[in-house]
Design a protein around this ligand. Structure first.
Ligand code: ZN
Length: 597
């Protein structure tokens, strides 16, 4: 008898946000079949306990019902029985993100980690999935899009799909609904962006830009594309943002304002951000999905998997995502330098960079980066942001050491040849050896500092050697993301807190380490009432920072736990925590000398 595992899934109850599931096991474990759902999804390093969304589950075999015992938060054991064993269950799906599952009358989306039971002991069995349409789907012209292997489907994509094993099965998210399909070709491979939601779209421009971008990445790794087809699955919402990488697809969420619209040729900041997101997830097809860290081979999906190397997989990918837009001509050099300036600004505005190393940031991702609280800026540094800047430093350093003959590109290509194409896991710390090999000289001292200390990165010196000046200035206001010269009057003092407007009041969201607000005893959550006896607002606070001098004291009335308090805050000089980059070229027109061209 075949040892395949058969699944079926139906969006039968969109109003109840529930997928109706079935799992058929021909030859169940004679000692009692154990099944479970993963507790996390690869690419998003947080325990999410997907089994909590199973709202009903029961098993049956030839002789009738088979009792099931819940073993722990993630798993069940069926009583011993003669196969085939059938498990029917329902999964509640109402999480508006790319990491879980979502279903209503507008559309459905799911990751395999949220819905497909792992059949213990049979993880290597071939899997078959029947995606069944409900009457609702037929009446509303729903279609299905996924990277799963196609077996036998109808013209709308409902029907039978398959995968080689369980690990592969959960790497193919599925989008269903009234889909907008935008096909294009890149590197000789069929690609498609599939979108769902309410939006206006210049499809021609989108597919033209994506084809350029995807072709760039395929050429970057100097080999044929590693996938036979690729699909971007996009949920278009009002203000959503996010992405998750998979082997031959990615799940994205964007705002409808991020998409290009007919009649507007200008590159908006929002569309640039969206292309950067597509670039990031697509680059992951090589870096993390195929060049894989040892710690994830195999994935232990019921426990945290610890690695100090996320800077390689997220940092380097973040370095190349925006740079690729410039290299393939979708944005110009000035626009790229603005984005790089914004990345440096985010880094400079994180006091936590003086307290957590990059290796620690990666190792502690499960409890710190993914569970950020009001103290996060003081306590941690992002392995995306600092990782991208370490990649920048490495790139410039390698170019200097090799007199321009080699770069970080060569490191990535060697990693691809040695680990991606061979399917070998990259050992912990293994990227360092490859950098040293490409450089022809040990960079261990740089790595010791960059990964295992909180010393500042040598950005200024390396950028200046590459013809770019790193300028630092004071932030104009709370909206100032950096990347550009100041265009407004700069404040003369800093309060050392970040605030959020909430129903015509101001609430303190962050109190920065060792700043004026912290010294005065202000805390996140405090509601600001008045400063120097005048009712406070964002405008009042902004004006005050332009008029006062460092050393001046202000009287702050606030509510903490509904009790009125008065504290005196001694204002300080603002930090120059906002970066912008300018070109220092002899011939201003010759941008080809810049390293990112
Ligand atoms: Zn990423």
């Amino acid at each position: 008898m075949s040892s395949s595992i058969f699944y079926s899934i139906s969006p039968r109850h969109p109003q109840a946000h529930s997928f109706v599931m079935r799992c058929l096991i021909n030859d169940p474990d004679s000692a009692g079949q154990v099944v479970s759902l993963p507790s996390w999804i690869p690419g998003s390093y947080m325990i999410r306990d997907f089994a909590k969304n199973v709202t009903r589950i029961n098993a049956s075999a030839k002789g009738g019902g088979v009792p099931m015992e819940k073993l722990d938060k993630d798993s069940w054991r069926c009583d011993p029985c003669i196969g085939p064993l059938q498990i029917e269950y329902e999964v509640y799906a109402w999480d508006p993100s790319v990491r879980t599952a979502r279903l209503d009358e507008a559309y459905g989306f799911f990751n395999g980690t949220s819905v497909f039971l792992r059949v213990h002991g049979k993880e290597e069995s071939v899997c078959s999935v029947d995606i069944q349409p409900s009457d609702w789907c037929r009446e509303n012209y729903w279609q299905v899009a996924t990277g799963l292997d196609i077996k036998k489907i109808d013209s709308n994509g409902f029907g039978e799909y398959g995968s080689d094993n369980y690990d592969a099965l959960i790497d193919y998210p599925v989008l269903m609904g009234a889909l907008r399909r935008c096909p294009f070709k890149a590197g000789g491979v069929e690609h498609e962006m599939v979108l769902v939601g309410h939006f206006d779209l210049d499809e021609q421009r989108l597919t033209r830009d994506l084809a350029i971008l995807c072709s760039h990445h395929i050429n970057f790794f100097q080999s044929p594309a590693p996938m036979e087809r690729y699909v971007f699955l996009v949920q278009v919402t009002t203000s959503g943002y996010g992405g998750l990488e998979h082997r031959n697809s990615s799940a994205l969420m964007c705002s409808r304002d991020d998409l290009p619209v007919p009649g507007v040729e200008k590159m908006s900041d929002a569309y640039r951000t969206f292309l950067g997101l597509c670039s990031h997830e697509y680059f992951h097809s090589w870096n993390v999905k195929r060049i894989r860290p040892q710690a994830f081979v195999p994935y232990d999906l019921n426990h945290e998997c610890y690695t100090r190397d996320l800077w390689v997989f997220e940092g380097i990918t973040s370095y190349y995502d925006d740079q690729a837009l410039c290299r393939c001509g979708l944005i110009n050099a000035e626009s790229y330098l603005e984005l790089l300036g914004q990345t440096i600004t985010r880094y400079l505005r994180t006091p936590g960079r003086r307290h957590q190393t990059l290796a620690e940031s990666s190792f502690e991702a499960w409890t710190k980066f993914y569970k950020q609280d009001e103290n996060a800026a003081n306590a941690i540094v992002s392995y995306y942001t600092k990782g991208a800047l370490v990649a920048l430093c490495l790139d410039l350093q390698i170019r200097t050491e090799t007199a321009g003959k080699k770069s970080l590109d060569d490191v990535m290509c060697l990693l691809w040849q040695r680990y991606g194409q061979t399917n070998e896991a990259l050992p912990e710390g293994g990227a360092i050896a490859v950098v040293n090999e490409i450089c022809g000289k040990s960079q261990d001292r740089f790595f010791d500092q960059a990964l295992h200390s909180t010393a500042e990165l040598p950005l200024q010196a390396l950028l200046s050697g590459a013809g770019v000046v790193l300028n630092q200035r004071i932030a104009m206001n709370a909206q100032d993301k950096g990347g550009k010269e100041a265009s407004e009057t700069l404040p003369k003092v800093a309060t050392g807190m970040r605030v959020q407007a909430e129903n015509s009041t101001l609430r303190i969201s962050h109190v920065l380490r060792d700043g004026p607000a912290q010294r005065a005893g202000l805390a996140p959550g405090d509601i600001l009432v008045a400063i120097d006896n005048v009712q406070v607002s964002s405008k009042v606070l902004e004006r005050l920072c332009q008029q006062k001098e460092p050393g001046d004291t202000i009287a702050v009335h606030l509510f903490r736990d509904s009790v009125l308090q008065l504290v005196n805050v001694v204002l300080a000089e603002p930090e120059a925590d906002t970066a912008f980059l300018t070109m220092a070229l002899v011939d201003a027109d010759d941008k080809s000398v810049l390293w990112f061209h």
